[in-house]
Design a protein around this ligand. Structure first.
Ligand code: TXA
Ligand code: MG
Length: 366
């Protein structure tokens, strides 16, 4: 398949390009587009065959549902027929956080084919803030089902170049609208289970949601329930297995090719430990790299790549740098990455959630 790569300036969107891409979506094509979180790989949410093509294009496991994107809250009634408390909560959240980096899980209407949600009777809905995403969905005139525009298992793309790396030749169009501001995927918030629970942390945090929804809970950055108001049974099946409430979170996601290990503890102890590990790795013939906060960059005077992912106390900055840095290690041929943990406060919670997955759960306390 030949992929067209089209530039679009978010400050001055060319309506002809949007019309062209909107038509492509209506006709069952695949269009990658920027959002404020990460790039998405879009298909018409009404078109079961196009949705199946999304799974193939990114080699996504068949049990990981897609998010449906809208450009106007009037599209909601095509996607969900929820009522009562769920509807009230959906509306309250929409007024507070949309357009923005929040996905809300509600009951799925039959107009949305089951393929979108992998057969679940729920659906995730998001109204993105990025002007190109909005213009594209508007031009398409249909809701757009879109996962992140990476090959399954790779870090999500925050630049069009990342999308081209992974999906050139596998989709119809890649819209290049420059870098994504947030840098990690949206918060996924489930209104179907009780209590309403964050299944995937993002830029909209638990305290943000608790201001709108009484008793909102979260699974925590390791993807497991963290007490709070969750009942002991919640998230656990009868056989004791954890129930994948957000099926996507069970995969080792966001992983670069290099093996990542996270070190947590006092900054000084962490730097000492990482330097020791780098020396051992070099002795073993590995190609180590270090993922550091700006505060400790100068601690690592070793001849290996040291990439910064921002200020230790600024989760937003870390979020916007994390995936690019992980991809850069691959380009540099790094085989093992030693990463500093960051505080799990605010958006740092989402950053640690993604880093922990990139590391396949390898976290060392020092
Ligand atoms: O920021 C984002 O959310 C980006 C942009 C493109 O909007 N999209 C994105 O999509 O990250 P994806 O497919 O990579 O991640 C969707 C996540 C997965 O963890 C999936 O399991 C969860 O949302 N999800 C989607 N529908 C769900 C549902 N009905 N129930 C539970 N979890 C759901
Ligand atoms: Mg993804």
């Amino acid at each position: 398949m030949k992929t067209e790569i089209l530039r679009v300036d978010p400050a001055q969107i060319d309506p002809e390009i949007m019309e062209y891409c909107g038509k492509k979506l209506r006709e069952g094509g695949l269009v990658c587009f920027p959002t404020e979180t990460v790039y998405g790989l879009g298909a018409s949410a009404f078109d079961a065959r196009a949705v199946e093509a999304v799974y193939q294009a990114k080699r996504r496991p068949a049990d990981n549902p897609l998010i449906v994107h809208i450009s106007d809250e009037s599209m909601l009634n095509w996607i969900t027929s929820c009522s009562g408390l769920q509807r009230q909560r959906l509306q309250a959240l929409g007024s507070a956080f949309w357009p923005g980096p929040l996905t809300i899980i509600v009951d799925r209407d039959d107009a949305i084919p089951p393929q979108v949600s992998c057969g679940l009777d729920t659906v995730g809905i998001r109204y993105p803030k990025h002007p190109v995403a909005k213009a594209l969905i508007q031009a398409a005139g249909v809701p757009v089902a879109a996962p992140s525009a990476n090959l399954s298992g790779r870090p999500s793309p925050t630049l069009a170049e990342h999308v081209i790396e992974d999906l050139n030749g596998r989709v119809d169009i890649i819209l290049d609208g420059g870098p994504c501001a947030v840098g990690v995927e949206s918060t996924v918030f489930d209104l179907v289970g009780n209590p309403p629970t964050i299944l995937r942390p993002g830029a909209v945090t638990l305290p943000d949601l608790q201001r709108v929804i009484d008793g909102a809970a979260e699974l925590g950055w390791k993807g497991r329930k963290t007490g709070g108001s969750l009942s002991p049974e919640d998230g656990v099946q009868e056989d004791g297995e954890e129930k994948p409430r957000s099926p996507g979170m069970k995969y080792t996601h966001y992983a670069p090719k290099a093996r990542v290990t996270i070190y947590s503890g006092s900054p000084k102890a962490v730097a000492t430990k990482i330097l020791f590990e780098v020396e051992s790795a070099l002795a073993e013939g590995e190609r180590p790299g270090i993922l550091a906060t700006t505060q400790s960059m100068l601690s690592y005077a070793v001849p290996v790549p040291v990439l910064s992912f921002g200020d230790r106390n600024n989760g937003l900055e870390q979020a916007s740098c994390l995936y690019s840095a992980l991809r850069q290690f691959d380009e540099l041929g790094v085989s093992v990455v030693f990463a500093e943990a960051v505080p799990t406060v605010g958006v740092g919670n989402a950053v640690m959630n993604r880093l922990y997955r990139a590391a396949g759960g390898r976290l060392v306390e020092v």
